[in-house]
Write a protein that binds this ligand. Structure first.
Ligand code: AVJ
Length: 322
């Protein structure tokens, strides 16, 4: 919480750093080496992500926003009256505004994000613009259990908004587990409104993850800068380059950091050897068909009620119920 005392804040930051350190060491000791994509999002990483969303090449945000703009009234009706809306990975909460504009007597909005400063800043703005909705930000890693705040007024039910195709970052099995825990979180009356990036031609997909301005490359490399700045790691960051391609069989974009040289990373007293040309995996971005996603969600207890897409079928927003 933003009103929490500075000592508590400091120990929470320390805990977050410890997790970042432990996960980094564990990941670099695996074969092949990997680093979790959730650590992209410190303050600079969140800013870089917002910049990616504004590039011509990254069609996802633009397309999803247009879908929201066009259909938010129907979505608001689907989610029902008196809802507490919980958003997973709220970031700048830009798309959410279309939804908030069309919810029927909403009780509370709970943005959940791992990036603390970014979360509180966006929550403050939403709170100022929507005085009738209680805004209760939660700084959490939503892949781990976390508790929901208690709003002053009692909601008739909870609904989860999970935009941005963030679900694509999870391997299908993990995605299923996350969808299961969302079902538990919302309960019987609960609903889920989720944004999913759809399968399409390789060229369009690969362009989105290799933008000509190189913002995605900076975003990926920011992970190594964070390790250097926050964890005191010794890394030749400039010797790494961004590498992203579409794996069509697996239906996913795969993102790596590639070292151009042999180098030794030192981290918390440990050394990790990286060979020239070696890849460190940082992110998957899975692409689905609407049917494929509905099937996966069904395994987690969800039923597809409605869905909306754009004129090119690039992206879909799905409404599911338990
Ligand atoms: C935030 C997970 C939707 O997978 O497209 C953008 C993150 N990575 N460019 C995605 C991302 C590289 C993004 N998501």
């Amino acid at each position: 919480n933003s009103s929490i005392n500075p000592i508590a804040q400091q120990s929470m930051n320390q805990l977050a750093s410890e997790r970042f350190l432990n996960d980094s060491i564990a990941g670099l000791n695996q074969t092949p080496k990997q680093l979790p994509c959730k650590y992209f999002y410190d303050q600079r990483g969140s800013q870089l992500f917002d910049q990616i969303c504004e590039t011509e090449d990254y069609y996802l945000t633009r397309t999803e926003t247009a879908i929201m703009q066009r259909h938010a009234d129907e979505m608001g009706n689907c989610l029902g009256k008196g809802v507490m809306l919980v958003e997973f990975g709220s970031g700048s909460s830009i798309k959410t505004r279309y939804l908030l504009d069309h919810l029927i007597q909403p009780v509370a909005y709970v943005p959940v994000d791992i990036s603390r400063e970014h979360l509180y800043e966006s929550a403050g703005q939403i709170s100022g613009d929507y005085p009738q909705i209680e805004v209760l930000p939660v700084c959490a890693d939503f892949t781990k259990p976390f508790s929901l705040p208690n709003p002053k007024r009692r909601p008739s039910h909870d609904a989860v908004y999970f935009p941005g195709s963030t679900i694509g970052n999870f391997q299908p099995n993990q995605a299923k587990q996350l969808l299961e825990s969302i079902a538990h979180m919302c309960g019987e009356q609960g609903g889920l409104l989720i944004g999913v990036d759809l399968r399409k031609d390789r060229e369009t997909l690969e362009r989105a993850y290799n933008d000509t301005q190189g913002v995605t490359a900076q975003f990926n490399l920011n992970l190594l800068h964070r390790m250097r700045n926050e964890l005191g790691a010794t890394i030749d960051v400039d010797a790494f380059e961004h590498h992203a391609f579409y794996n069509e069989e697996a239906g996913r974009i795969e993102i790596y950091l590639r070292s151009r040289i042999d180098q030794t990373i030192q981290l918390d007293g440990q050394t990790v050897e990286v060979e020239a040309g070696e890849l460190i995996h940082t992110e998957y971005s899975h692409k689905y068909t609407v049917d494929g996603f509905a099937q996966l969600a069904a395994e987690a207890g969800w039923t597809l009620r409605r869905w909306w897409t754009d004129e090119n079928d690039y992206f879909a927003v799905l409404h599911l119920v338990v």
